[in-house]
Design a protein around this ligand. Structure first.
Ligand code: ADP
Length: 476
């Protein structure tokens, strides 16, 4: 185990440049080993096999022409084949007497050796396929030779016999020539492979090294770092991905700063007010029940504001930690929507807001009721906060084949196109929010987290100056 760990850490310490270079060299070595093995070890076998095949082909040609050609033509064919294939050819009649004879080999195994040719003829007759292939050494020259023999005409009643003799000599010298040639080529190619691989490994590693340097800068918090991925597709993709990560990091960083600024601002104001009104009660209005109640009311409202902020942060961190499990229950959606709208009765009556509810047939849905309640509550709360001067909010339930579509519409200023993709992000709050708009910038992030956890579709349609419609679909 320890050894593996060591090996791994050693492996990850080798620079990419060196690794690529090493693989190139390894590849070159493998290629050369294969080349040498094939050339030197198998050349002889390959050569012999080829010679045997050539002899068999030649024999077939001769035996096919034996009956069809006239004597002159046949003799010409024999001498042509003998010259072309470096052969010694002997055609014998059925009694073993020589009919035709061609010799380009000089010292061969068949010419002028009737005793031996007779033995070969007997071997041909005895063999199953009426054919012999012998590899033998010429006793005088000590060269390796191939002797090929077959019948002419009908194998059961042969018209005659054909004997071919080819030399297997050149292999030894060829091998040594090839060896020398290979050595030169090998040395030359190894040097070239060495240089090319060095060059290539540098080219391949360069963008990675460059990107790593930029990534180090990014890690230190420099969000203006540029990633240069020029080189090849993968390095370009890596650079693009890092640029995207950088943009996201920078955005989250700015948002986090904004949140801290927003949250501390939102905390400071109610806390100051709490302190001020508590002091007022202590010093001034303690004995005046009307004033005291008024001040206490403000203290209660501010405490609510604080509790809202703290709860939102807590809920979101729970949802995003992934530890939050859904607890699905079945309930009627229309009833639930009316119930939530009723909760806004106080504020709508006090401040003149009207929430219009258009229900559809009450269907049963199955989801985490507490969390979905929070989604609907946040959407209506936002609609009230951001609706126009007419203070109208519309809540609609529309039953569809895929589920229940819930829409919350307001008549406010609407949201700019480029802001739409940001509003569901954590900590995002429009810069121009007013103090009377109670919010933490976390409401829609909670909506998004809950709907994602349920795997429900959601979105927003908005027209500048006319209002926005937030929607989601509870799957049925
Ligand atoms: P907040 O507490 O600021 O309302 P949210 O997460 O609920 O936080 O909303 C984020 C931002 O999205 C808001 O600051 C606001 O700019 C925008 N927004 C949300 N709902 C609406 C709406 N109905 N109309 C216009 N803008 C909205």
């Amino acid at each position: 185990m320890k050894l593996i760990k060591k090996a791994k850490s050693f492996n990850s310490r080798i620079p990419l440049k060196f690794k690529i270079w090493m693989y190139f060299i390894l590849f070159t070595i493998v290629v050369f080993v294969l080349l040498w093995t094939f050339q030197i070890l198998f050349l002889e076998k390959f050569y012999e096999g080829m010679k045997v095949r050539d002899a068999a082909d030649c024999a077939k040609k001769i035996s096919d022409s034996y009956t069809t050609m006239d004597k002159k033509e046949f003799r010409e064919l024999l001498s042509e084949e003998a010259v072309e294939n470096d052969l010694c050819v002997e055609v014998l009649d059925r009694y073993g007497r020589s009919l035709y004879s061609e010799n380009v080999l000089g010292d061969c195994l068949i010419h002028g050796r009737e005793n031996t040719t007779f033995t070969y003829i007997t071997d041909i007759i005895k063999s199953d396929d009426k054919e012999i292939r012998y590899r033998m050494t010429n006793p005088r020259t000590h060269y390796n030779m191939l002797l090929y023999g077959c019948v002419l005409g009908d194998p059961d009643k042969p018209d005659g016999f054909l004997l071919l003799n080819a030399a297997l000599v050149p292999v030894g010298s060829t091998v040594s020539i090839i060896k020398r040639q290979l050595m030169i080529i090998t040395a030359f190619l190894i040097v070239i492979a060495f240089i090319i691989s060095l060059f290539l490994s540098r080219i391949i590693a360069r963008p990675i090294t460059r990107i790593t340097k930029s990534a180090e800068k990014l890690a230190k918090g420099d969000f203006d770092t540029k990633f240069d991925g020029r080189g090849y597709l993968e390095s370009k993709m890596l650079a693009d991905t890092l640029t995207y990560a950088e943009e996201e990091l920078s955005r989250v960083d700015t948002m986090q700063r904004d949140l801290i600024a927003n949250v501390s601002h939102d905390l400071r104001t109610p806390l100051t007010m709490l302190k001020a009104y508590a002091e007022m009660i202590r010093d001034l209005s303690g004995d005046n029940p009307v004033k005291r109640n008024e001040h206490l009311e403000i203290i209660i409202n501010e405490t609510d504001r604080l509790a809202l902020l703290v709860n939102d942060i807590f809920d979101l961190s729970k949802l995003e930690s992934g530890r939050q499990k859904l607890n699905p229950t079945e309930f009627g959606i229309s009833g639930k929507l009316s119930e939530i709208i009723d909760r806004f009765k106080g504020i709508s009556e006090k401040q003149g807001y009207t929430i219009h509810f258009t229900p559809d047939e009450d269907v049963k849905v199955c989801c985490d009721v507490v969390k979905i309640e929070q989604v609907i509550y946040n959407l209506i709360n936002n609609a009230i906060n951001y609706t126009g001067k007419d203070k109208q909010v519309f809540v609609r339930q529309i039953n569809k084949p895929e589920g229940v579509l819930i829409e919350v519409e307001d008549t406010g200023d609407g949201i700019e196109e480029e802001k739409i993709k940001l509003i569901f992000d954590k900590y995002y709050r429009s810069e121009n929010h007013k103090r009377e708009v109670v919010g933490t910038g976390l409401g829609l992030s909670i909506v998004k987290a809950v709907l994602k956890l349920h795997n429900y579709d959601y979105g927003v349609k908005s027209t500048l100056g006319k209002g926005s419609t937030f929607w989601f679909i509870i799957k049925t």
